[in-house]
Design a protein around this ligand. Structure first.
Ligand code: GDP
Length: 455
């Protein structure tokens, strides 16, 4: 593919809608726009300044196919850093395709997945981590995911990694200077300083890495199983969480026969909920399939919400449930607190996170939210702090930490400067790969292939 050609794509989702945006980027973008768009009032597209728009007619093969708004950006002041024209036309599926075809007939070529953002990266408009955050932004499923994506996009992560990298490069320069005088030992005070610097870079990276797993919860959500005996109020709780009726609520035990999956946002976290058939042995064939599914679900979930009827004494079935929770990250829910109570928190000494609710009356949501946030270890989570957005970034940081540790050990055990230099060189390489300053073409390709066309 010609990297320099002018590209075009529909940047809004496929489907009929109010508006569709067709984006053209590259040297000839504005000339191509001039061939298919005539502003009303006698203005010329070629004369339009950057960051201005015009209302006019879209022309294809001499035919006026739509009225639209054209926005012009002139290089380098655009998303991609190139000349860019954006046509906001009416959002018909066929109409949008016609406009796109007109762009192609006039010299643009269809953009590849992520090519606009890739050009932005290649033209120095953003770092690789910022480009990746664009994708996080688009796929953010909740408030915290959005905040953390924006934090990366604003360059916080890049700034911190860059600072760590600069320190490493400074140390490498010192090492190179000493290497030029092989007969002289490094003064011990310098070794101490170097160890201190390495220690603080390592701590900084470790802190960002720690945030990663918590951030992942915000980005991808948490597989959550609602479990409990039949009739304790699981479906009612699910409906309370979802805010609408999804699974059938009845008074007959064992009516929720299969696993029902839905998502809801609680405390900024996306919970992927499955309301399972009550876990208990059953002779009824259909119900036992449900029970099996429930057990599978419990094994694979990241969080279990175990519901108990607090108006009934705990029985063998409840104890089976408690047993199945061993080793699981679980929240205990005492439901039906609107009825006279027979069960209290004291009956669950081994559980730290207990919420008292009345699912039927929709009460106790805040308490449940606290318990869930606590169980997921998110009380102290700071979505504004720097965080890695994906496995690629995390792997680069882990690699850097590994080499920094090796360099510290080499310093400690008095190994040659060469050994320390090699380790620090590798650590710096990993950090430069993280920010994209030294990423191979293959890495860049891989990052942008995850985007969709039009981004
Ligand atoms: P599941 O089998 O665990 O899914 O339980 P359901 O959600 O189907 O609820 C069983 C019965 O308990 C229904 O009659 C609900 O209306 C009732 N129920 C659920 N939650 C509460 C509650 O908080 N208080 C009271 N009094 N009844 C409830």
């Amino acid at each position: 593919m010609d990297e320099n050609s002018t590209i075009c794509a529909v940047s809004t989702p496929q489907g009929a809608g109010g508006i569709s945006v067709i984006r053209i980027s590259g040297e000839n973008a504005i000339d191509i726009a001039a061939k298919i768009f005539i502003p009303f009032g006698g203005k010329r597209v070629e004369d339009m300044q950057g960051h201005t728009c015009a209302y006019g007619a879209v022309i294809s093969n001499g035919e006026r196919i739509d009225d639209a708004v054209l926005t012009v950006f002139r290089a380098p002041k655009s998303y991609t850093g190139e000349n860019t024209a954006e046509l906001s036309c009416h959002g018909g599926i066929y109409l949008t395709r016609r406009v796109l075809r007109a762009c192609i007939e006039n010299g643009a070529r269809p953009a590849e997945a992520g090519e606009f953002t890739k050009r932005a990266f290649l033209n120095g408009k953003m770092s690789l981590t910022q480009a990746e955050s664009v994708m996080e932004l688009i796929s953010a499923s909740g408030e915290n995911a959005l905040r953390s994506a924006n934090c990366v996009r604003e360059g916080k992560l890049f700034g911190q990694i860059k600072a760590a990298c600069d320190t490493l490069v400074g140390l490498l320069a010192d090492l190179a200077a000493w290497n030029d005088y092989p007969d002289e030992d490094i003064p011990s005070v310098e070794t101490e300083n170097m160890k201190k610097s390495l220690g603080s870079i390592k701590k900084q990276l470790d802190d960002i890495l720690k945030n990663y797993d918590r951030g992942r919860i915000f980005r991808s959500g948490v597989d959550t199983a609602i479990i409990g005996k039949p009739n304790v109020g699981k479906s009612t709780l699910m409906n309370m969480l979802l805010g609408y009726k999804r699974s059938i609520v009845t008074d007959t035990a064992g009516t929720t026969r299969d696993v029902i999956e839905e998502s809801c946002e609680l405390g900024g976290v996306l919970l992927r909920l499955s309301d399972t058939a009550g876990i208990r042995t059953s002779d009824n064939e259909i119900e036992s399939i449900g029970v099996e599914l429930a057990q599978d679900k419990l094994e694979s979930c990241e969080l279990a919400i175990a519901v108990f009827d607090s108006s009934q004494p705990l029985d063998g079935g409840d104890r089976d449930i408690l047993k199945s929770l061993e080793g699981k990250n679980a929240v205990v829910v005492l439901n039906k607190t609107d009825l006279p109570q027979t069960v209290t928190e004291a009956d669950f000494p081994q559980f730290e996170r207990i919420a008292r609710i009345s699912a039927k009356q929709g009460k106790g949501l805040a308490e449940l939210e606290n318990a869930i946030i606590g169980a997921l270890g998110l009380q102290t989570y700071e979505p504004q702090s720097a965080m890695f957005a994906n496995e690629r970034q995390k792997d680069c940081a882990l690699g850097a930490v590994k080499y920094i540790s090796a360099a510290s050990e080499a310093l400690e055990s008095g190994e040659t400067l060469d050994a320390v230099t090699v380790m620090l060189d590798m650590a710096a390489d990993r950090l430069l790969e993280l920010t994209g300053e030294k990423a191979t073409e293959a890495v860049v390709e891989q990052v942008f292939s995850r985007f969709c066309v039009g981004k």
